[in-house]
Design a protein around this ligand. Structure first.
Ligand code: 2BA
Length: 109
C-alpha cells in the first residue's frame, strides 16, 4: 500500500476529491499554506493499494492544472542592509506536488 500526499491548489481541490471518490479512493483533505506564497492550498491524503496507485496518479494528473501567480520576490538570504523593496515575480504553481510513501500498516479500529 502507498500513501499519496498531494499538495494541490484550492481551485482544483473540490473537483479532485470528487473524481478520486468516484473512482473508489478514500481521501482526507487538509487545509494547508504554502511557505513561499504564504497562500492557502490543499493537501490530500490518499491511501491506495499498490495495484491502484497508477490509477490514482492518473486522476491527479488529469484534474490539477498549472497556473501562473504573481508573488513578491523574497528578500535575499542573509538579510539586507538599508531598505529592501519587494518586486513582483511570476511563478508557475502546480498542477500538484506529490509525495509517495510506502505504508507499513493500514489499521482501522
Ligand atoms: P508555495 O510554497 O506557496 O509555492 C508556490 C509556488 O511558488 C511553487 O509552486 C513554485 O512555483 C514557487 N516557488 C516556491 N518556492 C520558490 C522559491 N524559493 N523561489 C521561486 N519560486 C518558488 P509549486 O512548486 O507547484 O508548489 C506548490 C506548493 O506545493 C507550495 O506552495 C508548497 O505548499 C508545496 N511544496 C512544493 N514543494 C514542496 C516541498 N519540497 N516540500 C513541501 N511542500 C512543497
Amino acid at each position: 500500500m502507498k500513501l499519496i500526499i498531494a499538495i494541490v491548489q484550492d481551485e482544483d481541490a473540490s473537483r479532485l476529491i470528487s473524481h478520486l471518490m468516484d473512482a473508489g479512493f478514500g481521501v482526507t483533505k487538509l487545509a494547508t499554506t504554502g511557505g513561499f506564497l504564504r497562500a492557502g492550498n490543499t493537501t490530500l491524503l490518499v491511501g491506495v493499494d499498490d495495484d491502484k496507485f497508477d490509477s490514482a496518479m492518473h486522476v491527479i494528473e488529469k484534474v490539477c492544472k498549472t497556473r501562473k501567480q504573481m508573488a513578491a520576490a523574497p528578500a535575499p538570504a542573509g538579510g539586507v542592509s538599508g531598505t529592501y523593496t519587494p518586486y513582483p515575480i511570476e511563478v508557475t504553481v502546480g498542477g500538484a506536488t506529490v509525495f509517495v510513501l510506502s505504508v507499513d500498516q493500514f489499521i482501522k479500529l
